[in-house]
Design a protein around this ligand. Structure first.
Ligand code: AHG
Ligand code: MN
Ligand code: MN
Ligand code: MN
Length: 284
């Protein structure tokens, strides 16, 4: 597993360099989710694929930017499902972006995820990684190395930040009411449009909730289970928080039918997730 995390660190420096030096425009291709790919999406994907070709522990790769599974090493143990550059359309306005990695052993479903990691490319490069049974570890890059910032990231029981994703016009009524109630309770809006920095901020700045609900235009939400939802669900649970869908079911029970399947998703501190379940009339 250490080799995998070290490879992610190497990729992080290369992707950061690409973000800082390369063309920020679109390519002429689309990915499997029907999104126009930026040149940086394609480049970041290539950096990660090339890096893991040298890691024999890795059986295969599944990328947000490619349709199928890429077999690397027949006798490898893990499949890495990754979003090479999350929030890439925000790079040209100089907002933070990220990379997300889910490390699965066996069939690609949430309960088989054994570790996850994400990188934030902002004023600094930061890395968060989690393995089963331990609190996430937080690192910050300095002079070409990742230094440990915290060995045990723990989410507060109740927070004050609210990051509500999706187009408001397309929210259902009970979701609107839920968000209005958070504002009425004193929550502060913290939403950049990049799930990596948004979830990172909640994790490190006292807790709260990030939501990307099903909407009238996207009833199954936008965020992809294998590359985005499950790796963050694992991270939030390991930090002592919760991650559920619109029915209050743990996202760590998801079984994707297709690699690019999406799910409505809610990540947060315990208080806010319990409040969400009540607002949605699900759970307990
Ligand atoms: P990606 O850039 O990997 O395609 O995904 C971006 C995601 C996520 O970071 C964010 O929460 C969400 O898309 C925002 O999407 P909309 O602005 O379309 O709601
Ligand atoms: Mn995309
Ligand atoms: Mn993404
Ligand atoms: Mn992406």
């Amino acid at each position: 597993m250490l080799t995998i995390f070290e490879t992610i660190e190497q990729c992080a420096f290369k992707i950061d360099h690409a973000i800082k030096t390369e063309d920020l425009g679109y390519s002429d291709t689309e990915n499997s989710s029907g999104e126009d790919q930026l040149k940086l999406d394609v480049k970041s994907d290539y950096i990660i694929e090339e890096a893991f070709k040298n890691v024999s522990l890795v059986k295969s790769l599944v990328s947000e930017e490619k349709e199928g599974e890429l077999l690397l090493h027949d006798d490898g143990k893990y499949t890495i499902c990754y979003d090479p550059l999350d929030g890439s359309s925000l790079a040209d306005v100089n907002l933070s972006v990220g990379s997300i990695f889910g490390i699965y052993e066996g069939e690609l479903k949430a309960e088989n995820l054994v570790a996850s990691a994400y990188v934030v490319y902002g004023p600094r490069i930061e890395l968060m990684r989690a393995v089963k049974g331990e609190r996430p570890k937080h690192y910050r890059a300095q002079n070409g190395f990742f230094n440990l910032v915290s060995n045990e990231v723990e989410l507060s029981e109740k927070g004050k930040l609210n990051a509500p994703g999706g187009t408001q016009q397309n929210w259902c009524d009970y979701h609107k009411t839920f968000v209005d109630d958070l504002f009425a309770e004193g929550y502060r809006l913290r939403y950049s449009g990049g799930m990596v920095p948004d979830l990172h901020q909640i994790l490190l700045k006292g807790g709260g909730i990030f939501s990307y609900p099903g909407t009238s235009d996207k009833p199954h939400g936008k965020l992809r289970q294998l590359f985005e939802v499950i790796p963050f669900a694992f991270m939030y649970e390991q930090a002592g928080g919760q991650a559920v869908d619109h029915k209050g079911r743990r996202l760590m029970e998801l079984v994707p039918e297709h690699p690019h399947d999406t799910s409505p998703c809610f990540f947060g501190s315990n208080y806010e997730i319990e409040k969400l379940k009540e607002a949605y009339g699900v759970g307990k």
